[in-house]
Design a protein around this ligand. Structure first.
Ligand SMILES: *[C@@H]1O[C@H](CO)[C@@H](O)[C@H](O)[C@H]1NC(C)=O
Ligand SMILES: *[C@@H]1O[C@H](CO)[C@@H](O)[C@H](O)[C@H]1NC(C)=O
Ligand SMILES: *[C@@H]1O[C@H](CO)[C@@H](O)[C@H](O)[C@H]1NC(C)=O
Ligand SMILES: CC(=O)N[C@H]1CO[C@H](CO)[C@@H](O)[C@@H]1O
Length: 409
C-alpha cells in the first residue's frame, strides 16, 4: 500500500498531459512572453538605415539559435552570442528558473544596448520568464520545443534551428557557417542517432521517471517511478546526441505537427530520462516523410572520458588541435573564461574579447582606426554576402561528407 502517493501511472499520465498542455499552449498563444524591443524615440538624428537582408536562392541561409543557460550564465551567454552573431540570424536566449529575474533583466538590457549592431538589427530576444528545466528530464525537451515555437513565430526567414548551451562555443565564424550551409539542401537535418540502445534500453526506456520541472516554477530533479514499462511496438526508438540542427520544415513538424506521431512521442518521452537524446531521433526516423532528410551527425566536437561520465570532458588547450581538425562547427564543454576560449577567439574567430566576430557585414571590426582597434561596428557592410576562411572550407567539406548518407539505420 502506498496511501500517500498518487499511483505512478496516474502521476505519469498527469505529467504527459502537462507536457502536452504546455506545448499546445505555446502553439496557441499569440504573443510569446519576450522582453520586447521598444521603438526608439524618433527625435534623435537618424543614423543611416541598416542594410536590408535579402532571402532566397543565391543568398546565404539563416540560422535560428536557441541558447539556454541557468543562474549565473548571463555573462557566458553574452560571450557566446558575440561569437555567433550575424545580422541574418535570429537569436532566442533563455535563462531557466535557476536564474533570478534580475539576471534575466540584465541580459535583456545588454542585448538592447551593448552593441550598435544588436540595436540596429534587433534580431535577439530573451525569454521573459524562465521555465523550470532539469536537463535529465523531459522539461529540457519542453523548453527546446517552446523555443522552436517562439522562433518560428518571430522569425520568418530562418532555415535551420541550432540548439546551444552556455557551455558551448563555435569553431568557425558565421561567415564560415553560412558559407558551408549555402550548399546544404535546406531540408536536411543534422541529428546524431543510432538504434543500438545498449544499456539505455533498460535504464532509459524501460524505466519511468517523473519530471516535476514540467509543472513547478523551480528547477526540480526528476524522480523514478517504481513501475517498469515494456518497449513500445508502435515505433522504434532511436537515441543520440541531444544537440541538433533542425531544418525549418522539421521544426514545424515537431511543433505544429499535422500528424499524430509528434504528439504521441511527446506523451511517451514525457516520462523518459534524457528525452532530448531520443525525441528528435525517434520522431525523424519513424516518419516516412522525414527519414531521408537525416544526416547522422550533430556537427559538435566533444570528448568522452573512458569510461564515459554523464557529461563529456571539459575542454582545454590540449584539445585545440583535434577540435579544429574535427571539421565540426561547435564544441563543448567549456568553463567560463577558460584560456582555450581566448585561443579560439584569436586563432579561429579573429575576435577580440569585447567584439563581435568580423565578417563582410561589418568590415571595420578589429581594424585599426586612429591608433586603436575598432571594437564596434561603425559602418555596415553587405549582410547578404559572406567570405569564408579556412574554417568555412573545412566545414563545407565535412557537412558534404556526412550528408552523403541519409536516413536511419
Ligand atoms: C527514402 O530513401 C529510400 C532509399 O533510398 C527510398 O527507397 C525511399 O523511396 C525514400 N523515401 C522518400 C519519401 O523519398
Ligand atoms: C586538459 O584536459 C585533460 C582531459 O580532461 C586533462 O587530462 C588535462 O590535465 C587538462 N589539461 C590542463 C592544462 O588543464
Ligand atoms: C580619425 O581621425 C580623423 C582626424 O582626427 C577624423 O576626421 C576621423 O573621423 C577619425 N576616424 C575615425 C574612424 O574615428
Ligand atoms: C511511419 C514510419 O515510417 N514508421 C517507421 C518507424 O520506424 C520503424 C523502424 O525504423 C519503421 O519500420 C517504420 O516504418
Amino acid at each position: 500500500m502506498r496511501p500517500h502517493r498518487l499511483p505512478p501511472c496516474l502521476a505519469v499520465t498527469a505529467l504527459s498531459a502537462a507536457l502536452l498542455f504546455l506545448l499546445l499552449l505555446l502553439c496557441a498563444s499569440s504573443s510569446p512572453p519576450l522582453f520586447a524591443w521598444r521603438s526608439s524615440s524618433a527625435s534623435r538624428a537618424a543614423p543611416p538605415p541598416p542594410p536590408r537582408a535579402e532571402w532566397g536562392p543565391g543568398r546565404p541561409p539563416s540560422f535560428a539559435y536557441w541558447i539556454s543557460g541557468t543562474g549565473g550564465d548571463a555573462r557566458r551567454i553574452l560571450r557566446l552570442l558575440r561569437a555567433v552573431y550575424h545580422p541574418r540570424n535570429r537569436y532566442l536566449l533563455h535563462l531557466d528558473a535557476g536564474a533570478a529575474a534580475e539576471e534575466r533583466e540584465a541580459l535583456a538590457q545588454a542585448v538592447r544596448r551593448d552593441e550598435p549592431a544588436w540595436k540596429e538589427f534587433r534580431n535577439i530576444d530573451v525569454v521573459g520568464e524562465g521555465y523550470a528545466v532539469d536537463r535529465t528530464g523531459s522539461s529540457a525537451l519542453a523548453a527546446v520545443l517552446h523555443g522552436a515555437a517562439v522562433l518560428l513565430r518571430i522569425g520568418a526567414h530562418w532555415d535551420w534551428l541550432v540548439t546551444l548551451s552556455a557551455e558551448d562555443y563555435p569553431l568557425v565564424t558565421q561567415d564560415d557557417l553560412l558559407y558551408a550551409f549555402s550548399s546544404v539542401p535546406r531540408d536536411l537535418n543534422f541529428i546524431d542517432h543510432t538504434s543500438d540502445l545498449g544499456w539505455k534500453r533498460h535504464e532509459r526506456f524501460e524505466k519511468i521517471i517523473v519530471d516535476p520541472s514540467l509543472y513547478m516554477d523551480r528547477n526540480t530533479e526528476p524522480f523514478p517511478s517504481k513501475e517498469i514499462r515494456q518497449m513500445p511496438d508502435a515505433f522504434q526508438i532511436f537515441t543520440g546526441s541531444p544537440w541538433v540542427i533542425l531544418s525549418r520544415n522539421f521544426a514545424e513538424h515537431c511543433v505544429h505537427g499535422w500528424d499524430n506521431l509528434p504528439r504521441k512521442l511527446l506523451m511517451y518521452f514525457a516520462n523518459t530520462a534524457y528525452s532530448t537524446e531520443s525525441y528528435f531521433q525517434t520522431l525523424i526516423c519513424n516518419s516516412s516523410d522525414f527519414r531521408n532528410t537525416t544526416a547522422n551527425g550533430d556537427l559538435r566536437y566533444f570528448v568522452w572520458d573512458n569510461p564515459p561520465g554523464l557529461d563529456p570532458l571539459v575542454l582545454n588547450e590540449s584539445h585545440f588541435g583535434n577540435m579544429v581538425n574535427s571539421g565540426a562547427a561547435f564544441a563543448r564543454r567549456f568553463e567560463e573564461d577558460t584560456p582555450v576560449l581566448k585561443k579560439m577567439d584569436d586563432e579561429l574567430l579573429n575576435r577580440s574579447p569585447v567584439q563581435l566576430v568580423p565578417g563582410v557585414w561589418c568590415p571595420n571590426l578589429g581594424k585599426e582606426q586612429n591608433g586603436t582597434d575598432a571594437d564596434s561596428c561603425s559602418k555596415w557592410g553587405d549582410i547578404n554576402t559572406v567570405r569564408p576562411g579556412r574554417g568555412g572550407e573545412r566545414l563545407r567539406q565535412f557537412t558534404s561528407e556526412i550528408s552523403q548518407t541519409r536516413g536511419c539505420s
